[in-house]
Design a protein around this ligand. Sequence first.
Ligand code: CTP
Length: 398
Amino acid sequence: MSTVRGRKIVVGVTGGVAAYKAAELVRLLGKAGAEVHVVLSEGGARFVTAVTFQALSGNPVWTDLWDARMPNNMAHINLGRDADAILVAPATADFIARLAHGMADDLLSTLCLARDVPLIVAPAMNRQMWEAPPTRRNVEAIRADGVTVFGPAAGEQACGEVGMGRMLEAEELLEQLEGFFVPKRLAGRKVVMTAGPTFEAIDPVRGITNISSGKMGYALARACAQAGAEVVLVSGAVALPVPAGVQRVLATSALQMRTAVLEALPGADVFIGVAAVADYRPLETAEHKLKKSGDTLTLTLTPNPDILAEVAARPDAPFCVGFAAESRDLDAYAEGKRRNKRLPMLVGNLVSDGMGGDDNTVIVYDDAGRHPLPRAAKAEVAQGIVEHLAGLLAAAGR
Ligand code: CTP
């Protein structure tokens, strides 16, 4: 379940071309279960009309400080009163400047000044405006005032230039807002994890791999980052976007994955092995493409290092979490793996319940026994795993 469900979010829209993305953001917020109220600045209304936002939010849109629709004529107070957050997207350079100086000359700026709820801005502007010293000073000033800043991102801009200042996409803003409301139970922790499949080369174009989609690992990386952890995600080849706030390191083979993990490990409080690491690799990788012949082909495989077991056996081992995807006898195999690798926690699932899909049913195993989590979307399962992990870390005094 999205953390924005049931929350009242005021979306402020100021005058930038990225206002078109705000329309999609409002739609996504509504779909995720938030109650959305849009406040449109005069400039914002030049890009997207109030009618669009009213249709998408299902609520009246507010633009005018002197709007007589509020019984007490105090839209600037009432709108923010029981809101969970105000998110200004796009926030122009001018709006940020006015925010930094406490100006209150229209409904949105007055609402922001009169609020006692969290304020988040998603800047959108040309790269030179973003880099200009006054903007730098103003962004620092609003941060110091406790305003949260989402983005901006680098990329192609409406003006044709390429650089920093592009507003985050609507999906990214929703993801960051969802993260904003997650309790920061892993704050100050560094988590290193693996995810996805490995690929063990036979020749330059062929290899041995598996059907791991990486979805569970990526969902868990996102959940850890949303819970406030610094996350390094060592990932096999998957076609998934990097979750916000996660540092991803790509690794193809088990040996590359091991090297990347060992490099990322210093300072880690937690290591989570979600990757489906190939247990074996071809003893030799052919330099050139193998040519077919009528004969049978025999490949000699050699064992790969067990990354998780190696990390868990270190004298300075972080808190280690394993995963086990089994096709039968889940309890016996999962608990066996946990004990063999000396893991305080392991997450098990039946492949029939999770592999490749968007939902998963998992059981968490620890020293206290087995703890089934309800079947849910992988994002939600990941939150449950993080909750359990945070509880064990706290109980272990780590
Ligand atoms: N793992 C690892 N390095 C490996 C193999 C597995 O880090 N070379 C990690 C996985 O990321 C996962 C756990 O170990 O967290 C899985 O344990 P394992 O017993 O290796 O699972 P399988 O490879 O599925 O074992 P088996 O094939 O024997 O069922």
